[in-house]
Design a protein around this ligand. Sequence first.
Ligand SMILES: NC(=O)c1ccc[n+]([C@@H]2O[C@H](COP(=O)([O-])OP(=O)(O)OC[C@H]3O[C@@H](n4cnc5c(N)ncnc54)[C@H](OP(=O)(O)O)[C@@H]3O)[C@@H](O)[C@H]2O)c1
Length: 291
Amino acid sequence: MIVVAGGTGTLGTRLIPRLAGQGLAVRVLTRDPARARHLGPGVEVVHGDVRDPAAAGRALHGASTVISAMHGFAGPGGISPASVDRGGNARLIDAAARTGAAFILVSVAGASPGHPIGLFRAKYAAEEMLRASGIPWIVVRATAFMETWGTIMGEPLRSSGKIPVFGKGDNPVNFVSATDVAALVSHAVASPGLHGQVLELGGPDNLTFNQVAAIVQQATGCRGALRHIPRLALRATACVTAVIKPALARQARAALAMDTIDMTFDSTAARQAFPDLPNTDMPSALKDLLA
Ligand SMILES: NC(=O)c1ccc[n+]([C@@H]2O[C@H](COP(=O)([O-])OP(=O)(O)OC[C@H]3O[C@@H](n4cnc5c(N)ncnc54)[C@H](OP(=O)(O)O)[C@@H]3O)[C@@H](O)[C@H]2O)c1
């Protein structure tokens, strides 16, 4: 039994059909079973929240492999990287150790203890817990998802005619398709030879947000206008909302970091190591997303 936390998300929605399609028994842990409806009838759904210590144990009953494809960076329910990526993964790792399951952690490329983005620090902490756990593990680190950013920039374009660009938008960032990452995670499930390894995956291009905006315009056929949110406004948002709206403050801080720090990635080594993975580019990923 493969148990997936985060099976309802952007990555999970592309991963679960792959696993189920290989005839594997799959169970998805979600806080809201309605969010798992589109995954199909063959997938077992268990209701629970990784912040609840009992839920992880229940969800992992009989598991042979656990996949953590969740995060607490943004989303409903007052989640945070501390409570989900750090605390929630700690609970899943403990439960996996009790069950004797292998663990695949989906993390972020660049995760490190001193990273300016809190999510990257929390992911690194989860990686460290996994390394110390004694259970068989694989870490899959990915760059920013094309589909996530296509949605963040494309939805406002459709609803208001404007595409948000955080900061100057001229800092190159690597984007990978969640479809490619799903293929790598699925490969990892079937590859015990990869236990103990950190697999890093990026996409074919490092693109600035101004370039992504142009691709979004082309994919949607909707020109709209770019609405740059100045760095000063991002800094002010991060300060003013830190206590009352921590999720918004977190997003503003992350947007600032993405506009200023090195977010590029060279995918050559991973692509050579896994030549059978799809290598989706941004226009194709957005075309699939819109379809
Ligand atoms: N998006 C990116 O740009 C990006 C880049 C690199 C790596 N990643 C990593 O890839 C993985 C998937 O990300 P994604 O963008 O596909 O996620 P997503 O679409 O934002 O979905 C988040 C998922 O996390 C689950 N989740 C959040 N809090 C939870 C909690 N307290 N208990 C149980 N489940 C919880 C949600 O499940 P329910 O809402 O159903 O409970 C949902 O399935 C994550 O590990 C993420 O850090 C993402």
